[in-house]
Design a protein around this ligand. Structure first.
Ligand SMILES: [Zn+2]
Length: 253
């Protein structure tokens, strides 16, 4: 029985989706708590009553439907170590950065191309989160850490998944409990973060890589790695939620 379970775990698909469900919901929930009443009412209306937290994973849920295959490369950007975004090649069909810009433009103009406003808005909520996951600003060498095999508390995983979901799920908190834990920004931080250009979000994620990839023994990732990184992971979720609220307040407030 035990060996069967082990084999099943080995066969789990190792290519991950962006922050896991809880991470994306935390970003949506933080944004919800920092939106103006006008913006919140408008967003809720467009989402037909679904909260930003619960709408945040739509972009991952549709990945099994091939009608949406063109959206797969919108979840990340690639910036090799030695260059900046503008020197890097943008994939044909776009990336996370260009897609966020396009969605903002479509919402401002009220003209939506190939999707509804609700779908565009759900994607915006998701992608602001993705760009804050340091491994969604990939180095172009290992599919955002998906190819970096590790053992997380003895179970096969990979570095991307550790950042998407392993550390977050390991806290064993609901997304609202997690939000209560990390939603502690000062007014100064909120003003600063909401005025940062999207390129700064990407630079921050890229700058984290050195520490993210600093792994002593890939076979034994667990308490120490979590201890070293959970505060900066939580900071990424917080910044993403605060910045998302800033954008939604501007668009719908
Ligand atoms: Zn994603």
């Amino acid at each position: 029985m035990k060996s069967k379970l082990f084999v099943a775990l080995l066969l789990l698909p190792l290519l991950s989706l962006g922050w896991g469900q809880t991470g994306h919901r935390v970003v949506g929930e933080i944004a919800d708590r920092h939106m103006s009443p006008e913006a919140r009412a408008k967003v809720l209306e467009i989402l037909a009553g679904e909260s930003p937290a619960m709408a945040s994973n739509w972009m991952d849920f549709i990945k099994s439907n091939h009608d949406y295959d063109h959206m797969k490369k919108w979840h990340y950007v690639t910036i090799p170590d030695s260059i900046d975004y503008h020197e890097a090649d943008t994939p044909h069909g776009g990336d996370a950065y260009l897609t966020i810009l396009r969605i903002i433009e479509e919402i401002e103009s009220g003209e939506f191309h190939g999707w509804t406003e609700a779908e565009a808005l759900k994607s915006l909520i998701h992608l602001v989160g993705d760009l804050h996951q340091p491994l969604h600003v990939g180095n172009g060498e290992d599919r955002g850490g998906n190819d970096v095999r590790v053992k997380w508390f003895g179970e096969p995983s990979n570095l991307h998944r550790v950042w998407d979901s392993e550390m977050i799920d390991g806290q064993q908190l609901s997304y609202t409990e997690y939000t209560n834990w990390v939603d502690v920004a000062t007014q100064d931080q909120i003003s600063k973060w909401q005025s940062d250009d999207i390129q700064i979000w990407m630079e921050e994620s890229k700058a984290m890589r050195e520490s993210v990839y600093d792994i002593e023994d890939p076979e034994r990732l667990g308490y120490q790695y979590n201890y070293d990184h959970i505060a900066e992971l939580n900071d990424r979720l917080l910044r993403a939620g605060i910045r998302l609220a800033g954008i939604l307040n501007e668009l719908y407030g």
